[in-house]
Design a protein around this ligand. Structure first.
Ligand SMILES: NC(=O)c1ccc[n+]([C@@H]2O[C@H](COP(=O)([O-])OP(=O)(O)OC[C@H]3O[C@@H](n4cnc5c(N)ncnc54)[C@H](OP(=O)(O)O)[C@@H]3O)[C@@H](O)[C@H]2O)c1
Length: 331
């Protein structure tokens, strides 16, 4: 039996992905076959295809890090798994109509979570939860600065921060994005083109922020460390456009700053099984409360997947882009 998928045969441009048919493989012990219903596109997919992400896939590979599907075959001696819906979070393989998963990779979800949400809310929500609750250990009324705020991770962080009662300041790339963030309930939004430091200090009555969450490596463009309060926290979440930089150690010493690297997936993998279950449960509880619902999205068909990636890479996309496969249904 054949199924379609996108292959990356050489690292570089997303335009070079090849749509191909593959022959189904037999399941090994403890594996399940999942029919993919919807795929969430992420900035990280473009980095993986470019070969600039910290994790390197071996070429050729099927890219794609987030999807939602239904179990259609199992070799785990567990017939109850059949027809169960699952979230798929992986370093590869999601740009496909079918995927083989190890039993441990399943994140089973209730049928009443739509396939749109299932394919796209979890990764950004998990990252937001781990960054703010687990690592920054935010408290009510903390002042939080978010860079790259208009993207998927940014929006999840905004929603969680509002839910937790934080005072949020956002930095975005243009005025259109600024309006989107204002509509989310954030009054203090800055365009990257202005004098960010001056504005942040004005917003905070010259006190500075408690926490800076750097989602796109903005520190390389402007020294936001100087807007952080004594004993404040700087969290490195990601880099767009290879925005990697070095940090002056005198800033860390003088202000007694704490610097953290955020890697949500690794954080979860390195937690105990019990802790992992608690984190995942909390993320789903917040989703049920509506905190992590993806509100702004565009649905495209499987054959338009490359165009979706291009718009993410070229900073043109405004909400989440979700790819529906031929198996797609609403629930
Ligand atoms: N640490 C973790 O565990 C973790 C987990 C998942 C993802 N990430 C990383 O987090 C980062 C953001 O991911 P995301 O899913 O939120 O991406 P996204 O939805 O594409 O958003 C990224 C945002 O960064 C800004 N940006 C700045 N320079 C850019 C550039 N050259 N190209 C594209 N966007 C640029 C854009 O906002 P403006 O135009 O408004 O500036 C954009 O909205 C990525 O680096 C990703 O690898 C980290």
């Amino acid at each position: 039996m054949l199924y379609n998928n996108y292959k990356c045969k050489k690292l570089g441009n997303v335009e070079d992905l090849i749509l191909k048919s593959s022959l189904r493989k037999k399941l090994k012990k403890n594996q399940v076959r999942v029919k993919v219903l919807a795929i969430g596109l992420n900035y990280v997919d473009t980095l993986m295809i470019k070969g600039t992400y910290q994790y390197k896939n071996k070429i050729p590979f099927i890219p794609g890090t987030e999807a939602c599907g239904v179990v259609v075959e199992q070799n785990c001696n567990n017939k109850k798994l059949l027809n169960k819906k699952t979230i798929i979070i992986s370093k590869n393989r999601c740009f496909s109509e079918e995927i083989i998963l190890e039993y441990e990779e399943l994140i089973l979800i209730k049928k009443n979570i739509s396939n749109i949400q299932g394919s796209s809310f979890f990764m950004s929500s998990l990252t937001a939860y781990i960054a703010l609750k687990e690592i920054a250990k935010v408290k009510k009324k903390d002042v939080l600065l978010i860079t790259g705020a208009s993207g998927a991770i940014g929006k999840a962080c905004i929603n969680l921060a509002l839910h937790l009662g934080l005072d949020v300041i956002c930095i975005v790339g243009n005025n259109k994005k600024l309006e989107v963030i204002k509509k989310m309930g954030i009054k203090k939004v800055l365009n990257i083109k202005g004098d960010i430091k001056k504005k942040i200090m004005e917003f905070t009555n010259q006190k500075g922020v408690n926490i800076a969450l750097d989602i796109n490596g903005f520190l390389k463009c402007q020294n936001i460390l100087s807007c952080i309060k004594w004993r404040g926290k700087y969290l490195i979440v990601g880099f767009t456009d290879n925005n990697i930089t070095s940090i002056k150690t005198n800033y860390i010493l003088i202000k007694g700053l704490q610097i953290f690297g955020v890697r949500a997936g690794e954080y979860l993998r390195n937690s105990t099984l019990n802790k992992r279950k608690i984190i995942i449960k909390k993320v789903f509880q917040l989703f049920d409360l509506g905190v992590f619902n993806i509100k702004e999205y565009k649905i495209i068909t499987f054959n338009k997947l490359i165009q979706g990636l291009v718009s993410i890479r070229d900073r043109k996309s405004m909400g989440k882009i979700i790819v529906k496969t031929k198996y797609y249904t609403k629930y």
